[in-house]
Design a protein around this ligand. Structure first.
Ligand code: AMP
Ligand code: ZN
Length: 472
C-alpha cells in the first residue's frame, strides 16, 4: 500500500515516492535552546517522531535529523522581523548570568530528558548550529559568488529579488510577504528589499556586543576579519546539506515557519546548490491551551514537568497528542488530559488481564497501515486500537500481539504496560541507578538521583529487599 502525505508545496495529498527506494531522509527544525520547551513544542517533537516511526514500521530505512538552534535566532525572527531584536541565547545568558554555551547545554539536557519521557526515538543526528559554522560560511560564499547575496557594512544579505518563485511554499503574494516581514526598518539598514534577509550578521550596531562570534571571509569596514554570526535560516540549509545532501525527501516544522523560515531556506538552498531542495514539506498545526495561544504571562505555557508534577504519566500526554491529526489545531485542557488518562488505562487494563500473546491479526494490521499511510492519521489508528480491544472476532492473545506490533508507531510503551507497574521507563531506570549507587556506597549520586526523581514527581523509599517507587 502506498503512503499518501500532504505536501505544503503542492497544497495537496500526494503519493510518497522516495528519492532512493525504501529509504527516507528527513530534516526537522529543532528547538532554540534558550528556555524550557512547552507542551506545544512537545507536540512538534511528537509529530516528527510519528513520521519517523511510521516510515520505519513500513520498512524504510530512515535518516532523521533534528537540530538545536544555539545561535542566530533573534527575538524578532518568528514574526518575520528578521533583522531586529537580539539573539535569544544571549538574552537568556544575560538574564541567567551565564554564558550562551552553558544556556544551550542546560536546555538541551532538559529537552533530551523530556523527549525521552515522551518515548520519542533518538534522531540519527542532533547537530548544534554552532558546530556547523564552516558549512554555513561555505554556503554563503557560494551565494555571494553567484550574485544571490550582497554585503553591506552591517550584514551579508540574501537578495530575494533574484529568486524566480520566492513565495512558492506559502503561495503568498510578495506584498503579503513584505507585510509579514514585520517592522524591520529598511532605511536603517542598507538592505535592498524588505524581504531580503541576513545570512551573516557582522558584530556591529545592535549586535556590537554579541557574545557568540566567529571570523569569516566576509568583509565589513566596521569589523576585523569578518567577525560576526550566522542568520537563523542559513543554519538549517547548511546542516541539512551536511547530513542529507542538497536534495532530500522530507522537511518538517511548525506551521509558522512556512512564510519566512522555510521560504528562506528554499530560496538560499536552491540558489546555492542549483537543485531542488526538498520533495515534501510537512507542517504541524499548533497546540492551544484552553482555546488560546500558550502564554507565559497567563501561566498556560505548561512544560512536561508541569504535567508530571500533576501526577500524569508523560505517555498520557503522548496518548493525548495521538488523538488529533497533526494538521489540525489541538486544544489542551486538564479535563481532556484526564480523559486521555482514562482511555490509556483501558488499554493497560486489557493488556494486564491478558497473559498469552498470540499472532498479529492480519485484518487489523492492514487497517492500521491504511490509517497511518493516510497522511499519518494517528486519530484513526487510535480508534482502531479501541475497536480491536472490543471486537469479539479476534482472540485476546491475538489482540495483544497486534497491539504490541502497533506500538512501534504509537510509542505508548505497551510492552511495559502489559507487565507490571505504571511507572515510566525513565523513572524505573533512575530508581535502578540509585539502587546501584547505594550498593556501591556512592551516597552523593544516590541523593542526586533521589532529587531528580522528586523533580519528576516520584519518591523512592528503601525496603528490606530493595526499594519501592511512589507518585508524590
Ligand atoms: P522554537 O523553540 O520557538 O523555535 O520552537 C520549537 C518548535 O516548536 C518549532 O518547530 C515550533 O514550530 C514548535 N512550536 C512552537 N509553539 C508550538 C505550539 N503551540 N504547538 C505546536 N508546535 C509549536
Ligand atoms: Zn529550520
Amino acid at each position: 500500500m502506498s503512503l499518501h502525505i500532504y505536501n505544503t508545496l503542492s497544497r495537496k495529498k500526494e503519493e510518497f515516492v522516495p528519492l532512493v527506494s525504501q529509504e527516507v531522509k528527513i530534516y526537522h527544525c529543532g528547538p532554540t535552546v534558550y528556555w524550557v520547551q512547552h507542551i506545544g513544542n512537545m507536540r512538534a517533537v511528537f509529530f516528527g517522531d510519528i513520521v519517523n516511526r511510521t516510515f520505519q514500521y513500513l520498512g524504510y530505512k530512515t535518516t532523521f535529523i533534528r537540530n538545536y538552534t544555539d545561535v542566530g535566532h533573534l527575538t524578532g525572527d518568528n514574526i518575520g522581523d528578521a533583522d531586529t531584536g537580539i539573539d535569544r541565547m544571549e538574552k537568556a545568558a544575560i538574564s541567567e548570568m551565564s554564558t550562551p554555551d552553558q544556556i544551550a547545554q542546560k536546555y538541551i539536557d532538559m529537552y533530551t530528558k523530556d523527549v525521552q519521557l515522551l518515548n520519542t526515538l533518538i534522531p540519527s543526528h542532533s547537530p548544534r548550529a554552532t558546530e556547523h559554522i564552516g558549512d554555513m560560511i561555505a554556503l554563503i560564499e557560494s551565494l555571494l559568488a553567484s550574485g544571490y547575496a550582497y554585503t553591506t557594512p552591517e550584514a551579508v544579505y540574501f537578495d530575494t529579488s533574484k529568486v524566480e518563485n520566492y513565495t512558492k511554499l506559502s503561495g503568498q503574494k510578495i506584498e503579503e510577504n513584505v507585510t509579514g516581514s514585520g517592522h524591520g526598518d529598511v532605511t536603517k539598514t542598507s538592505k535592498k528589499h524588505p524581504t531580503d534577509f541576513s545570512l551573516w550578521f557582522f558584530k556591529v550596531g545592535p549586535h556590537a556586543n554579541a557574545l557568540q562570534v566567529w571570523e569569516s571571509p566576509f568583509r565589513s569596514t566596521l569589523v576585523t576579519n569578518g567577525l560576526g554570526f550566522p542568520g537563523w535560516h542559513i543554519e538549517c540549509s547548511a546542516m541539512s546539506k551536511h547530513f542529507l545532501g542538497p536534495t532530500f525527501d522530507i522537511h518538517l516544522g511548525g506551521i509558522e515557519h512556512i512564510p519566512v523560515h522555510h521560504t528562506n531556506e528554499i530560496a538560499q538552498s536552491e540558489c546555492a546548490n542549483g537543485v531542488e531542495y526538498v520533495k515534501y514539506w510537512l507542517h504541524n498545526e499548533h497546540l492551544l491551551v484552553d482555546g488560546g495561544k500558550m502564554s507565559k504571562s497567563e501561566g498556560t505555557s505548561y512544560s512536561l514537568h508541569d504535567i508530571v508534577a500533576k501526577g500524569y504519566d508523560p505517555l498520557v500526554l503522548r496518548y493525548f497528542f495521538l488523538q488529533a491529526h497533526y494538521r489540525s489545531k489541538q486544544n489542551f485542557t486538564w479535563d481532556a488530559l484526564e480523559a486521555s488518562k482514562v482511555a490509556y488505562k483501558k488499554i493497560a487494563t486489557f493488556l494486564k488481564s491478558t497473559s498469552d500473546t498470540g499472532n498479529i491479526s492480519k485484518e487489523y494490521k492492514e487497517k492500521f497501515i491504511a490509517a497511518i499511510s493516510d497522511d499519518f492519521n494517528t486519530a484513526a489508528a487510535l480508534a482502531l486500537v479501541h475497536e480491536l480491544i472490543k471486537t469479539r472476532f479476534v482472540s485476546d492473545g491475538d489482540k495483544k500481539a497486534t497491539l504490541l506490533d502497533f506500538d512501534a508507531v504509537l510509542g505508548l510503551d505497551l510492552s511495559h504496560l502489559a507487565t507490571a507497574d505504571d511507572f515510566p521507563e525513565l523513572v524505573r531506570g533512575l530508581a535502578e541507578k540509585r539502587n546501584k549507587a547505594k550498593s556501591e556506597k556512592d551516597w552523593e549520586l544516590a541523593d542526586k538521583i533521589r532529587a531528580e526523581l522528586h523533580d519528576l514527581g516520584y519518591s523512592v523509599s528503601d525496603t528490606k529487599d530493595g526499594y519501592t517507587i511512589a507518585k508524590l
